[in-house]
Every structure is written in structure tokens, then in C-alpha cells.
Design a protein around this ligand. Structure first.
Ligand SMILES: NC(=O)c1ccc[n+]([C@@H]2O[C@H](COP(=O)([O-])OP(=O)(O)OC[C@H]3O[C@@H](n4cnc5c(N)ncnc54)[C@H](OP(=O)(O)O)[C@@H]3O)[C@@H](O)[C@H]2O)c1
Length: 260
């Protein structure tokens, strides 16, 4: 029980990686407060995560709602031990077909992450752990994803500055960097089952381990960063990508000479 008696705050906990992490945190003994933008989705998530979980409607762009959720999380236990700033989304941004509004929508995720951390500061205990959400796209140069890649690279940069600023309080700040994770964000839920599985297989072939990462695998990495097991880990990045960035030449697609 690595997180016994700790209070963890997870933004975007209704789906995918956030939901899997909320569940993993509770299994490790934590009390979890999660956020999302829709009450029904939050209630459904609480049902999945279990009784040691509460949820608040708080758009990450809404400072007042976020502050309210953070305050209530801290009031319950006297302080927040773990902050996982996970909420985010992908906006396609091919050169020649992207509006300023789409760019701003994507880059707002960075502002939301910054404000989440800043607003959490009065409620975080000394020696708390903050985990921000990155992506391998920050370094892979994926076509059509410059805005998303920029937002994740900016988040990686924020981790390092935040860690410098918060080290005097013993607060650790790290980044989890997933590869292609099998979550609803890929928009495949509506596809016929056979088509969906074939798409997942093709996406998975970009990784040497020849499969997509599961949300639960990312949750395990986040749980490590959240726990005292990582007490000496500060201002770093934990990549969970089945080898996509570290050993690209080992991926089935690369070996066959196909575009990755
Ligand atoms: N899936 C991947 O391959 C992958 C890879 C690398 C990084 N990531 C990152 O991982 C994070 C989670 O993605 P996911 O794949 O788990 O997606 P997901 O299944 O679509 O879940 C996204 C979660 O974020 C919440 N959310 C989105 N915008 C929000 C906002 N403005 N305020 C509050 N909550 C918000 C959603 O809640 P509601 O919709 O209920 O409000 C939902 O709980 C994102 O930052 C994403 O960029 C994903």
C-alpha cells in the first residue's frame, strides 16, 4: 500500500489514464479527489474507483471551480499529498489547415496545467508529489501535431522550473511521458470491433513491444512517482511508451521498412 493515508487530486479523472490512475491510487490506499467537466461522468467514475473517492465538476480552465475542488480535497484530510495534472486533449494542427482558435485551444492546456499547480500550492503538504502529463509527441516530430507537441514540450519545461521553485518545500515535480495509450481519446469507440482492433494493432506496431500501452501501465508509473518509492526522483521524465522513442528501430513497422 504505497499511498496509504495519502490524499491525491487527479484532474481529468473520468476517463482513460486519469480514471485508471485514480483507481490505482485507491488500490494503493489513497483517498482520491477527481475532476471532470460533467457530473454524470464523474459519478460513473466514482462508481468504478470505489468509496475512497470524491469528484467535483471543475473545468481545468475555470479557476474558481478548480480552487473550490482543491480546497475541498484539502479540507477533508488537512492537505493534498499528490497532484496529478492529467486533464488534456488533442487538437490536430496540420500546417495550412489550422485556425488561431484551434491553436489557442491546444495551448490553453498548458495554461490550465500551470494554473492547476499554482492554485494547488496553498493546499499541498510539504514533500508532496506533483506529476504533470507529457507525451512522446513532444520529441517525435509527428506531422500534423505541432500544437499538441508544443503543448507537451512546454509542460516538460514547466516541470523543471516548478521543481526548482518547489524543492525548498520538499515538493517533487515530475513528468510522465506516455506513448500511444489505449484510451477513448483516440476516438475509436464507435468503430466496429474488428476495425477497432485492427487500428489498435497497427498503432501498436510502432512500438518495439508491438502493442499500445494500457492506461493501467501509465497509472503504475504515475503511482511510483506519487509514492515515497520515488523520494529521490525530482524534475525528471518517466517514459511509458513500449520502447517507441528509445528503440524505434526495433518496432515491427520499422523492421518491415514501413513508415512509422
Ligand atoms: N491516450 C494517449 O495516447 C496519450 C498519450 C500521451 C499523453 N496523453 C495525455 O494523457 C491525458 C489524458 O488523456 P487520455 O488519453 O486518458 O484521454 P481521455 O480518455 O479522453 O480522458 C481525458 C480526461 O480529461 C478530462 N478533461 C479534458 N479536458 C478537461 C478540462 N478542460 N477540464 C477538466 N477535465 C478535462 C476528461 O474529462 P471530461 O471529458 O469528463 O470532462 C477526461 O477525464 C491528456 O493530457 C493527454 O494529452 C494521452
Amino acid at each position: 500500500m504505497q499511498l496509504r493515508s495519502k490524499t491525491a487530486f487527479v484532474t481529468g479523472g473520468t476517463s482513460g489514464i486519469g480514471l485508471a490512475t485514480a483507481k490505482a491510487f485507491v488500490e494503493q490506499g489513497a483517498h482520491v479527489v477527481l475532476t471532470g467537466r460533467d457530473r454524470q461522468r464523474i459519478d460513473a467514475a466514482i462508481t468504478i474507483v470505489g468509496s475512497s473517492c470524491a469528484g467535483f465538476v471543475a473545468d481545468a480552465a475555470d479557476d474558481q471551480a478548480m480552487n473550490n475542488a482543491l480546497q475541498q480535497a484539502a479540507e477533508r484530510s488537512g492537505g493534498i499529498d499528490v497532484l496529478f495534472a492529467n486533464a488534456g486533449h488533442y487538437v490536430h494542427s496540420a500546417l495550412g489547415g489550422t485556425t488561431r482558435a484551434q491553436l489557442q485551444d491546444q495551448l490553453a492546456v498548458v495554461a490550465n496545467t500551470f494554473m492547476t499547480v499554482q492554485q494547488a500550492l496553498p493546499y499541498l503538504r510539504d514533500r508532496a508529489s506533483i506529476i504533470l502529463m507529457g507525451s512522446v509527441y513532444a520529441t517525435m516530430g509527428p506531422p500534423g501535431a505541432a500544437a499538441y507537441a508544443a503543448s507537451k514540450a512546454a509542460t516538460a519545461a514547466m516541470v523543471r522550473s516548478f521543481a526548482s521553485e518547489l524543492s525548498p518545500r520538499g515538493i517533487r515535480v515530475n513528468l510522465v511521458v506516455p506513448g500511444a495509450v489505449d484510451t477513448p481519446s483516440w476516438g475509436m469507440e464507435e468503430l466496429e470491433a474488428g476495425v477497432r482492433e485492427e487500428r489498435k494493432r497497427l498503432i501498436g506496431e510502432r512500438a518495439p513491444l508491438n502493442r499500445m500501452v494500457s492506461a493501467e501501465e501509465v497509472a503504475k508509473a504515475v503511482s511510483f512517482l506519487a509514492s515515497d518509492a520515488s523520494s529521490g526522483v525530482q524534475a525528471t521524465e518517466l517514459v511509458v511508451d513500449n520502447g517507441t522513442t528509445g528503440a524505434m528501430a526495433g518496432s515491427p513497422r520499422y523492421i518491415r521498412g514501413e513508415p512509422t
